[in-house]
Design a protein around this ligand. Sequence first.
Ligand code: 3PY
Ligand code: MG
Length: 254
Amino acid sequence: MPAPENSLKARLSNGENTTGLWLSMANSYTAELAGYIGFDWLMIDGEHAPNDLRTIMEQLQVLRNSASPVAVRPPIGEVYLIKQLLDMGAQSLLIPMVESGAQAEMLVKAVRYPPRGIRGVGAGSARATSFGTIDNYTATADDQICLMLQIETRAGVASLDAIASTEGVDCVFIGPSDLSADMGYPGNPYAPEVLAVIEDAIKRIRAHGKAAGVFMTDQTHAKRFRDLGANMIAIGSDVAVLVGGLKALKQAYA
Ligand code: 3PY
Ligand code: MG
């Protein structure tokens, strides 16, 4: 039996438009709930939410049968951490703060087994192989990994062509919060200068034949980015939706 087919990777490589939700609650109960709503994908955030390997694993477990494919964002693109996440069964990874073609090449190697890459071989007793019951995993795993790299600094933007042209990168994903801060507009991802850089980046990423992603909860901007070719748009987070709903409830009785 081969590694499970990665439907998110397939959809992105077909150039399909997808919208997804950030999972920032860091718990499996709300992750399971989100898995019933029908988002194109869900992103377990290990960078800014208080997740560790076990809370990420628990969310992957409860979302196993969800129709929404699940991706994971580790706090940093470290080879050993990527290996642990892949062995735990994550097949789609979003790596923050990528700033060079060399870094992109290293990350591609980190998700591939030798001889193409450097991923340590040992999933035979891990969740990725359903604990050894997926007998042809090692020979087929590489082809089902979806590697998404974040550009979210001026250095990353300067290296966009090198990053987006790296073979093995499936998606280049813009982070407006970090990018706007690095550009001198902290807390203002809607500054015209920032929006112009994002729009140009989306077009250039698509011109390289890669999926273009962006986090954008403002619907007007999100739709504009989609019209420019962005095909992986994070349209909200579970935390923000809960806070918004709670504020509205309180306000309704003020
Ligand atoms: C950013 O906007 O900086 C991101 O990383 C998206 O969540
Ligand atoms: Mg960021």
